[in-house]
Design a protein around this ligand. Structure first.
Ligand SMILES: [Zn+2]
Ligand SMILES: [Zn+2]
Length: 155
């Protein structure tokens, strides 16, 4: 079982890190929620079909090792700071300036990434055609625009 599959109210730790191991992190949270993003930015960033985003509170994130960051504008008119390992370049987490206190972990960097099961798929407008989405999982043409829509997506 995943570290996170203990009692529902029990805060547990989730761990992950970059490809070379120079950066390791620990997330203290009750559970993790992941969504898949099929936007062009995530496809470029992952150099793959889609991105996996795991929102966590910054206060629950402990990072060991040196990261560098790159800042880019976002669709919403804000900016996000993209943090990655200085040695191997693995992208580890994003910190959006419009959502202070919250970061999104790049899901594939978690040690137990194989157990992630996205609660929603966003930006399916630019989804690669061969990616078949599971039935019953919410899909967004683009992405939630309001805080309450985000809460709905992540609930
Ligand atoms: Zn690394
Ligand atoms: Zn995206």
């Amino acid at each position: 079982m995943a570290d996170g599959a203990k009692g529902a109210d029990e805060a547990v730790s989730f761990t992950g890190g970059c490809q070379c191991g120079a950066v390791r992190y620990r997330i203290n949270a009750n559970r993790l929620t992941v969504y898949a993003c099929h936007c062009r930015e995530c496809q470029k960033q992952a150099a793959s079909a889609f991105g996996l985003s795991v929102p966590v509170f910054l206060t629950g994130l402990e990072v060991e090792g040196e990261t560098a960051s790159w800042r880019r504008p976002t669709d919403s008119g804000s900016h996000t700071n993209c943090h990655f390992c200085k040695t191997c370049g693995s992208r580890l987490f994003h910190a959006g300036e419009n959502r202070p206190g919250l970061v999104t972990i790049k899901g594939g960097s978690l040690d137990n990434a194989v157990e992630l099961d996205p609660v929603a798929h966003i930006w399916i407008r630019s989804k690669q055609s061969w990616v078949v989405l599971p039935e019953g999982v919410p899909q967004w043409e683009t992405q939630p625009q309001t805080q309450s829509e985000w809460m709905e997506l992540l609930s």
